[in-house]
Structures are given as structure tokens and as C-alpha cells.
Ligand binder design. Structure first.
Ligand SMILES: [Zn+2]
Ligand SMILES: [Zn+2]
Length: 137
């Protein structure tokens, strides 16, 4: 797998991850809808510790997950792009927002998650699982 590179809209933050992605999911949770301002977010999980910020440092909004544990939503304070989410309930991974990747040609979402809050007009890919909430650990 090619090394992961990406950046926010304004370019103040650039990141890289040397590790191969663990999974790709489309998240329809209400929090992702609000944070991204759209119907869902596409997340690429990378192993915790593999993500390096080459330029800039993101700001953090500390959210609370369904588990009751903190969720750290990191974003560019200059342009507002969501960059990565760290979920205390899933401590082995970081969840990159795939829209910030330089190269998305390899992206292939493996599952839809939080399908219970998906917007009704979103057409699901029926060839991949549609999970009501968080993916099973
Ligand atoms: Zn930015
Ligand atoms: Zn979500």
C-alpha cells in the first residue's frame, strides 16, 4: 500500500502515515453529520501511532461517544477541515477523514456504520455490511 498522505483544505496541516490502513468505513452517525456538515463521513482507520503531522497541528474538539468515553475530533483551526478522530473506546486506531487524502483512488469502503441515523435518501451499497452502530471490536 502506498504511503498515506493528506492535508486540510488550506494546507496548513499535512499528515502522513507509513502504516497500511486497517479498514475503511462510511459513518452515518449524527456527530459525523454535524461535524462534516453533510450526510456521512468516510473514515480510514490507521494503527495508533502511525500518523505523523508534517506541517501544522490540528485543534481538538473533545466530543463524547456512544460509549460515554471521550472522542477527540481533530480539525484545522484555520479552514475547519476535519482531519482525524481518536476514539477512546477504540484505542488501537486513529480514524482519518478520507476526504482529506491526496490520493483516494484506492479507497474502497468495507462497511456502512451507524446506519440507524443514515439520511433516508442515501443509497447504501448492499454488497457491504450495514451496521446499526459501531463496528464489532
Ligand atoms: Zn486548513
Ligand atoms: Zn461518525
Amino acid at each position: 500500500m502506498e504511503k498515506i498522505h493528506g492535508q486540510c483544505l488550506c494546507g496548513a496541516i499535512r499528515y502522513t502515515s507509513a502504516a497500511a490502513p486497517l479498514m475503511t468505513a462510511i459513518c452515518h452517525c449524527k456527530h459525523c453529520q454535524r461535524q462534516t456538515g453533510t450526510a456521512f463521513s468516510i473514515v480510514v482507520a490507521v494503527p495508533k501511532g502511525s500518523l505523523v503531522f508534517e506541517t501544522g497541528q490540528p485543534a481538538t474538539y473533545q466530543d463524547v461517544g456512544d460509549s460515554g468515553l471521550p472522542v477527540f475530533r481533530r480539525f484545522c483551526a484555520n479552514c475547519g477541515s476535519p482531519i482525524v478522530t481518536e476514539v477512546d473506546a477504540m484505542p488501537t486506531m486513529d480514524f482519518l477523514k478520507a476526504g482529506t487524502l491526496d490520493d483516494t483512488s484506492w479507497l474502497k469502503p468495507q462497511m456502512n456504520i451507524w446506519c440507524t441515523s443514515a439520511q433516508p435518501w442515501v443509497k447504501m451499497d448492499e454488497s457491504i455490511p450495514c451496521i446499526a452502530g459501531n463496528p464489532p471490536a
